[in-house]
Design a protein around this ligand. Structure first.
Ligand code: F6R
Length: 368
């Protein structure tokens, strides 16, 4: 049932083009309108929403961090992202005009479930983004956007994450459509770009040689850092989480702009640092991240750079280059995450770990 793969995780990584395509399927009609049938909250009510609070755990939380950039940009609705385990024990400011978005692959995560109950007690409207039909979290929500990743068996989330991103983008665009903050042609452009992502991921997955080779050199590494900015920051966090849980390596993700505020003190000779570089061109953050790469390299770091295929500004400062397909900044996590998943899977395999069942972890965390 692993379809010829050694691990479910590897199979699920390779299923991502289809998972992304399936999650987009049937949600955008020929007249250029997004229809999210399962959003059982009326347009009138969605127009009254004045705040969005995203709650989730682990990898799902990182998809929420990406969503904040897209949703605020497209809708101008203030959007917070919070760990469900923190939210549930706080006294959060939510009410009938708050849209709480709970993101959960399994739909059974105890902290996320308790957080939505906590939100509903305060009359917030709750929308679930979930991969498991009929699971508890969507059942206890007002609305749901299902991701269509198919069953995710490997404990480490992969296609679950990518499809959560897609669902978040769809939600952001839908809110923009309903509230009129983006016009049809602008929405169409993003939808067109999303439609091209599955093929981009397929292409990327055929170019993993540098990633596999890198994993072969990593057996003895004890510490690995990941840097990113804007939506690349949650990608860095996700890359680090995958290494922790699969390769049992101490890995940390940082916002590149924070380097000077502390993390740069960690840089020493040969320390491996992955850097997610934003798209080149109109993106002003690109040059800032390239400067960050120079700064850490000058201090001895071994730089593993994820950058667009034709971005040659990074070439001179990269010890290892991982090329990414061209997509706009907001959508870049859909491609930039993939090599990091492959890397963690490969490294854990080489270390002889059980990739599908990492130590101490469970697929759905139904206790707190
Ligand atoms: C990491 C991972 C976990 C889950 C988290 C939330 O690879 O799988 O961090 O993302 O436990 O799980 P769900 O999405 O089922 O609520």
């Amino acid at each position: 049932e692993k379809g010829g793969y050694d691990w479910f995780m590897r199979k699920e990584i390779f299923e991502q083009p289809k998972a992304v395509a399936d999650t987009l399927l049937g949600r955008y009609d020929a007249d250029g309108a997004l229809t999210l049938d399962e959003i059982r909250i009326s347009a009138a009510e969605l127009r009254r929403i004045d705040k969005i609070v995203i709650i989730a755990c682990g990898t799902a939380f990182y998809s929420g961090l990406v969503a904040k950039y897209a949703i605020e940009h497209w809708t101008r609705i203030p959007c917070e992202v919070e760990l469900a385990s923190e939210f549930r024990y706080r006294d959060p400011i939510v009410g009938p005009t708050t849209l709480v978005v709970a993101i959960s692959q399994s739909g059974e995560t105890a902290d996320t479930l308790m957080a939505i109950r906590h939100a509903r007690e305060q009359r917030a409207r709750v929308l679930a983004i979930c991969n498991t039909n009929g699971s508890t979290i969507p059942r206890e929500s007002d609305a749901v956007i299902y991701t269509h990743a198919g069953p995710e068996i490997g404990v480490a989330s992969t296609k679950g994450f990518l499809t959560q991103l897609v669902a978040c983008y769809l939600l952001g665009l839908y809110l923009a459509q309903v509230r009129g903050t983006k016009f049809g042609d602008e929405i169409a452009l993003v939808m067109e770009e999303l439609a091209a992502v599955p093929a981009a991921i397929s292409g990327l997955l055929t170019e993993m040689d540098p990633v596999l080779k890198l994993a072969a050199d990593f057996a003895d590494e004890r510490v690995v850092l990941f840097l990113g900015r804007h939506v690349g920051y949650p990608v860095a966090l996700e890359g680090a989480l995958k290494l922790k849980e699969l390769a049992y390596i101490h890995a940390e993700g940082f916002a590149a702009g924070e380097l000077k505020h502390g993390p740069i003190a960690l840089i020493e000779d040969d320390l491996p640092v992955f850097v997610v570089v934003p798209p080149q061109g109109r993106d002003m953050l690109h040059d800032k991240v390239v400067s960050n790469i120079q700064e850490i390299r000058a201090r001895g770091a071994r730089t593993i750079v994820l950058a667009e295929a034709d971005d040659h500004e990074v070439d001179a400062f990269a010890d290892v280059l991982i090329r990414l397909p061209k997509v706009s900044t907001l959508l870049q996590p859909l491609v930039a995450t993939v090599p990091l998943q492959v890397f963690a899977c490969e490294l854990a395999t080489r270390k002889g770990h059980d990739v599908d069942q990492p130590r101490n972890l469970a697929k759905s965390v139904t206790v707190e």
